[in-house]
Design a protein around this ligand. Structure first.
Ligand SMILES: [Fe+2]
Length: 310
């Protein structure tokens, strides 16, 4: 069954059980970030959920449904109608409130900022009032219970929707964010985050920081693949499976060119290389063009590598 076809949400949706405000996940959870108006990639990741028989109630998106690519409205409609969980990204915050820019946190004189002017205007023209209202109503945080662990889904960091948190971001900064998780609520064992567009999984003082990557743009690794993850509950924690996804990237890129969007991002869908690395710390810049590998890690406080997948 193609996820984009009618029937995906109706056939796969489940009622949610809440415990202390967290959604109880009674099986594997598929997580992905950054649809970025890439309809083909979003259809592909939802089709993957259907293929794995993961119902929409166990699929979660870390936000930025709309950004660089051609199909802002259709991608919003697909996510909105699919029945999956999604948190608000900075793009939903900005477009929902008809703000002047994407709120990505780019420096004013950066190449990312110059490119954002064009795609943001394209997205802004595409959206109707109902879609903007849906965006404004998205939660900024969702707590999930997986394998007896409570994980908070956020877009950037715990305290800031557009904060870039990378694998190389110092542990002290991640710890400060993780410490903030319990403010005003139940204690939490980790974060599922997005925004930076690059997947990584780390244990920080026993707590998890997991970014499943993005489906709307490749991971700057020199391949057109995009990334998502499946979190498998275990007796004492979670197994994190990082997965690569192929999709109709040529078609998505062609639609961007037809729409007159900046060539750099259309080329990025083909080459797997970002048009600008302004936002990247040195460690992530050094990884540019190095193909990522799918893999599997077991987390039960500490992280234990399992066999890499090919
Ligand atoms: Fe973002």
């Amino acid at each position: 069954m193609r996820a984009g076809q009618p029937g995906y949400s109706a056939a796969m949706r489940r009622d949610h059980t809440l415990m202390d405000g967290a959604i109880v996940m009674d099986g594997p959870v598929l997580a992905f970030g950054g649809p970025y108006s890439n309809l083909e990639a979003t259809e592909a990741v939802l089709a993957e959920a259907a293929r794995r028989r993961i119902p929409s109630g166990r699929v979660v998106c870390t936000g930025d449904v709309v950004a660089y690519c051609a199909d802002a409205r259709a991608t919003s409609d697909l996510v909105r109608g699919s029945g999956i969980h999604a948190v608000m990204g900075n793009c939903e915050e900005s477009l929902g409130h008809a703000a002047a820019d994407c709120g990505c946190g780019f420096d004013a004189d950066s190449a990312c900022n110059a490119l954002a002017v064009a795609w943001y205007a394209h997205a802004d023209r595409s959206l109707d009032a109902g879609t903007r209202a849906w965006m404004r109503a998205l939660p900024r945080r969702l707590d999930l219970l997986i394998g007896g662990r409570r994980l908070a889904v956020v877009h950037g960091s715990v305290r800031q929707i557009n904060r870039f948190v990378f694998a190389s971001t110092p542990e002290s900064e991640k710890n400060a964010e993780l410490d903030h998780l319990a403010h005003g609520g139940a204690a939490c064992d980790g974060v599922i985050g997005g925004h930076c567009g690059l997947p990584f999984t780390q244990a920080i003082g026993g707590r998890l920081w997991h970014n499943p990557g993005a489906v709307g743009l490749p991971a700057n690794d020199g391949t057109p693949r995009v990334w998502y993850s499946v979190l498998h509950p275990t007796a004492d924690g979670v197994e994190v499976e990082l997965c690569a996804l192929g999709y109709a990237h040529e078609r998505a890129a062609a639609k961007m060119r037809e729409a007159g969007l900046p060539a750099g991002y259309a080329e990025a869908l083909m080459s797997g290389l970002w048009p600008s690395c302004d936002v990247l710390p040195p460690a992530e810049r050094a990884q540019r063009g190095r193909p990522l590998r799918p893999g599997r890690l077991r987390w039960a406080g500490a992280l234990e590598p399992m066999a890499a997948l090919s």
